[in-house]
Design a protein around this ligand. Structure first.
Ligand code: ADP
Length: 168
């Protein structure tokens, strides 16, 4: 897909990805088909208390997207629209699971539009089988040694087990 001035179409899928789930991966795979390049951008947000460091989250994302040649993994701590400009990206991709997501996402998209009207946000509906799935739920189950094999790829399952094994 090319825009009229022959520039490649670059999209950014931003998020915490702490850790990446099958819900995120579904959006990544589908978005990768719609754009020339997709950058999955891990938000380096100091106000959240993540389980995995930004570097760990990036490494895990790289592992589970290694079969997708037009997907790159990056991170940002700047304003999203400024990061987008620095990567020559025009479109923000976000996933929607529910009405609750929708309210927050509208607020985010409107803010980004205000900051840079040339950047578009597009929403992709979750595959219904992942509509209940979040990184928080995955962490909660893994913490109590429950099985997360239907929720995350095997690499993530192993990383979660290792993380919680090293915690009291
Ligand atoms: P954030 O902290 O920015 O919400 P997340 O990693 O939780 O970061 O989510 C990043 C994006 O992925 C958001 O647009 C979120 O709505 C979407 N998302 C999260 N889980 C799913 C899922 N199960 N199905 C589809 N989209 C999802």
């Amino acid at each position: 897909m090319s825009s009229s001035n022959n520039e490649s179409r670059v999209a950014v899928y931003p998020g915490s990805f702490d850790p990446v789930t099958y819900g995120h991966l579904d959006i990544i795979r589908r978005a990768a088909k719609q754009f020339d390049h997709l950058i999955v951008a891990v938000l380096n947000n100091t106000s959240k208390n993540p389980l995995f460091s930004v570097d760990e989250r990036k490494a895990l994302l790289s592992e589970v997207t290694r079969d997708l040649p037009n997907v790159a993994i990056d991170s940002f701590r700047d304003l999203l629209v400024r990061f987008m400009r620095s990567r020559h990206a025009q479109v923000i991709v976000r996933g929607i699971r529910s009405i609750t997501d929708f309210e927050y996402e509208i607020q985010l998209a409107s803010t980004n539009h205000q900051l840079d009207p040339e950047i578009e946000t597009i929403f992709m509906m979750t595959n219904p089988k992942y509509s209940y799935l979040s990184s928080s739920i995955v962490k909660e189950i893994a913490q109590f040694r429950g099985s997360v094999k239907d929720l995350v790829p095997p690499e993530i399952e192993r990383a979660l087990a290792a993380k919680f094994a090293s915690r009291p």
